[in-house]
Design a protein around this ligand. Structure first.
Ligand SMILES: NC(=O)c1ccc[n+]([C@@H]2O[C@H](COP(=O)([O-])OP(=O)(O)OC[C@H]3O[C@@H](n4cnc5c(N)ncnc54)[C@H](O)[C@@H]3O)[C@@H](O)[C@H]2O)c1
Length: 387
C-alpha cells in the first residue's frame, strides 16, 4: 500500500502511435480521476535520438534515453511502459520484472505462447504488478455490457459474434512495415486486432474451449517501408519484400459455457476504418456494440412489452455507466483516448491498493494460446482445444 498522492515515475519505451495514446493518458489521469497515484512522465526511450527528443518535448516527458536498457537500470523509475513492436515485449518485460518495476505492455503479449509464459513467470516471481493494454475493455459502454451480463439481464448466452474490420493496408503499395513481418509481429490481422476481439469475448462471456479457423494473405509482396505514426507508413517503391503474416483471419469457437462464437479479423474490409464490433445473443436479450459509435450500446430485452420490442440505443454517458461520470454531463461524449486513461487508472489502483489488476499477463498468455490455436487449426484444417 502506498500513500495518497504519491508519485509514480514512468519509463516508457517507444514513442509513436501507442506512445502518444499512453502519454496522453498519464497526462490526463489526475485531471479526471481521483487516483491515489500521480504519474510523473520521467523518461521516454527510443533508438533515434533526434526523434525521441522531439517526442519528449512534444509529449511532455522530463528526459529521454536512446537505449531502453538504461531506463530499466535507472532507480528513479517505478513503472516500465512498453509501446514497441511485439518482438521486443518479452525481452523488455522480463528485464523490467527482474529490476522490480511494475509493467504495462501493449498487446499481443508476445510472439509465442512460450515467450508469453516466460513473461508471466518473470512478473510473478518478482512480485510486480502487470497489465496488458486491451483498452477496449475500458469503454464505458463495454463495461456496462459486462454489468448487464453479470446481472443476468440477457440470461444464458447462445452466440458471441465479433468482427474487427480495418482497411488501412488494402492498397498493394502500402509498405511492408513491421506489422506485416512474422518475426516482428507474430501474426497479422489475427494478433493485431483479432486479439482484441478474443479479449473482449473472454471479458464479457468467458473462456474459450476450442477453436477452428482459416487465414489468408491477399497481397504477398509489398515495397519495404516503416510506420510513421498512427497507422501511416512510408515505403521505397524500388525494393519489394515478402509479407509473412495473414491479412485476414476467420475463426469460430466453442466457449466453456456452451456458447458459440464467430469471429472475423481483417485489414481488407474497405470502408471500415476501425470497426471493432460484437453482438451477444442470450435467452432473455441481446447486446451489441461498435467502436465506431463507442459511446452507444444497443440492447434488446425479450420481455419488453409486445409492440415495443426491438433494440434500444443507450448513450453510455450517465454517471451510472462505469468511468463516464468522471467526464462531462450526459450526452457529452468521450473518445478512443479515454479508454487508455481508464486502463491506467485501474493499473495504478492495483499498485496503490496491492491487488493484481486485469487484463494482465495471465490474460495475455490465455489470449496467446488462443491465437496460436487458431494458427494451428488454419494450418491443419482442424479443431484445436484450448488447454
Ligand atoms: N491497444 C491498441 O489498440 C493498440 C493499437 C496500436 C498498436 N498497439 C500495439 O502497440 C505496440 C506498438 O505499436 P504502435 O502502433 O505504437 O507502433 P509504431 O510503429 O507506431 O511505434 C513503435 C515504436 O517503437 C519503437 N521501436 C521499434 N523497434 C524498437 C526496438 N527494437 N527498440 C526500441 N524501440 C523500438 C519505434 O521507434 C516507435 O517509437 C505494438 O505491440 C502494437 O501491437 C496496440
Amino acid at each position: 500500500m502506498v500513500g495518497v498522492n504519491q508519485k509514480v515515475r514512468i519509463g516508457m519505451i517507444g514513442y509513436q502511435f501507442m506512445g502518444k495514446a499512453h502519454s496522453h493518458a498519464y497526462r490526463d489521469l489526475s485531471f479526471y480521476f481521483e487516483n491515489p497515484l500521480k504519474p510523473e512522465l520521467t523518461v521516454i526511450a527510443g533508438r533515434n535520438e533526434e526523434a525521441v527528443k522531439e517526442a519528449q518535448e512534444k509529449m511532455g516527458w522530463k528526459s529521454y534515453e536512446t537505449d531502453w536498457k538504461k531506463v530499466i537500470e535507472r532507480d528513479d523509475i517505478d513503472v516500465i511502459d512498453i509501446v514497441t513492436p511485439n518482438h521486443t515485449h518479452a525481452e523488455i518485460a522480463i528485464a523490467a520484472a527482474k529490476a522490480g518495476k511494475h509493467i504495462i505492455t501493449e498487446k499481443p503479449l508476445a510472439l509465442t505462447v512460450e515467450e508469453a509464459k516466460e513473461m508471466l513467470q518473470a512478473v510473478e516471481e518478482n512480485g510486480v504488478k502487470h497489465m496488458i493494454c486491451h483498452n477496449y475493455r475500458f469503454v464505458p459502454a463495454v463495461q456496462y455490457a459486462k454489468k448487464l451480463i453479470e446481472d443476468n439481464k440477457i440470461g444464458r448466452v447462445y452466440h458471441y459474434r465479433a468482427n474487427y474490420l480495418q482497411d488501412f493496408i488494402m492498397d498493394p503499395n502500402f509498405p511492408l512495415v513491421w506489422r506485416l513481418k512474422k518475426e516482428v509481429s507474430g501474426s497479422g490481422a489475427l494478433g493485431d486486432i483479432g486479439a482484441h476481439s478474443i479479449d473482449l469475448a473472454r471479458f464479457l462471456i468467458g473462456e474459450f474451449a476450442e477453436v477452428t479457423g482459416t487465414m489468408e494473405t491477399f497481397i504477398k509482396q509489398r515495397p519495404v517501408g516503416e510506420m510513421t505514426g498512427g497507422l501511416n507508413a512510408k515505403g521505397d517503391a524500388n525494393e519489394m519484400g515478402e509479407v509473412t503474416v495473414d491479412d485476414a483471419a476467420l475463426f469460430i469457437a466453442r466457449f466453456e459455457n456452451g456458447a458459440l462464437g464467430t469471429f472475423e479479423a481483417t485489414r481488407f474490409a474497405g470502408g471500415n476504418r476501425n470497426k471493432n464490433k460484437f453482438e451477444i445473443n442470450g435467452e432473455k436479450g441481446s447486446i451489441r456494440w461498435d467502436m465506431e459509435n463507442m459511446n452507444n450500446l444497443e440492447v434488446y430485452f425479450a420481455d419488453d412489452e409486445e409492440g415495443t420490442q426491438g433494440f434500444r440505443l443507450i448513450n453510455c454517458t450517465e454517471a451510472v455507466h462505469p468511468y463516464a461520470g468522471a467526464y462531462w454531463p450526459p450526452g457529452h461524449i468521450i473518445g478512443y483516448e479515454h479508454t487508455f486513461i481508464h486502463l491506467i487508472d485501474e493499473f495504478f489502483r492495483g499498485i496503490a491498493e496491492d491487488y493484481q489488476p486485469a487484463p494482465n499477463f495471465d490474460d495475455g498468455v490465455k489470449n496467446q494460446i488462443i491465437l496460436e490455436a487458431i494458427e494451428k487449426s488454419s494450418e491443419n484444417k482442424s479443431w484445436v482445444s484450448i488447454e
